[in-house]
Design a protein around this ligand. Sequence first.
Ligand code: MAN
Length: 348
Amino acid sequence: MKAVRSPHNPIIEPKDLTPSRDDFEIIGVLNAGVTRFKDTVILLVRVAERPINENSDVVLTAVYDVGEKDLAVKEFPKSDPDTDFSDPRLIVRSGQTYLTSISHLRIGRSKDDINFEIDDKPTISAANEYETFGIEDPRITLVDGTYYIHYVAVSAFGVVTCLASTQDLVNFRRHGVIFCPDNKDVAIFQGKASDRFYALHRPVSPLFNMQDIWVADSGDLLTWGNHRRLLGPRPGCWDEAKVGAGAVPFKIEQGWLEVYHGVDRDNRYCLGAALLDSAEPWRVLARSTEPILAPQSDYECEGFFGNVVFSCGLLCEDDKLRIYYGAADTTICYAELSLQEIIDSLSD
Ligand code: MAN
């Protein structure tokens, strides 16, 4: 599979943006939702920040304080034997998990697909009890002129998926939690099947160690039912450990195409594709046996969390997939792949 990476990669880096506060630094700009409005590509990028720290004996992070309606800095001594810092994304103190950064979402616009003007201020940020550890990984689905944004919200109550909508990308209406804990990697299909909305989602069963992709349907985008298991990890394959939806599924001649992420035993995140039946999207017709995009360049292999390519959105135009993806949880990159080559590489 030939992925043509932009020679300008990474196309967006933390240094291109201004932190939301003077005492914060941006450690990652990643995992963007994507849509097009006329000749403009719109990204809703995830910006991960943490307090600037000059004391090497402690780890600092920020959480949203619901009472104060503001971010509060939290300090964790590195010497505390009851605190586990082994995953760079997490702080686990006496069984309670915190994140090492707090994310918000910002809009970026480009007329040439590659050079983005990113807003100086957060577009959507943590604002309620389900979002105290931040909001992440947005996907955008356009329905009758309204952009529906489904994003991950993290708090001590768990990982949920929330819905917001906007017509002008300026004023946003929050619709609350649409999938309860732990459930992320929700991707609402671009278009209806048999007159219903469909969404991929990824519930977690810690008891049985299951993290599979499920599919549900809805008449109003808010209430989801008819949950069915769609696909899971495959032993010995590039997606042997974990799978989750990536981009919003979109219609092609042969069915719905979904670009999802798979993780292997070494925690390598790759992208692959799945083809779902047009009228019955709970049926998987074919899947990638090899990744369509795997970490390979320095900027994908090294960073805040290395060996990661992760996508929340793409544009399928001129028989090409224009994929925007987070690289090493640090930057946003761009690659083009031939739709035909992807279809030819799928097998059942
Ligand atoms: C999680 C996701 C992403 C992130 C990857 C890799 O599964 O929620 O936010 O990019 O891990 O760290």
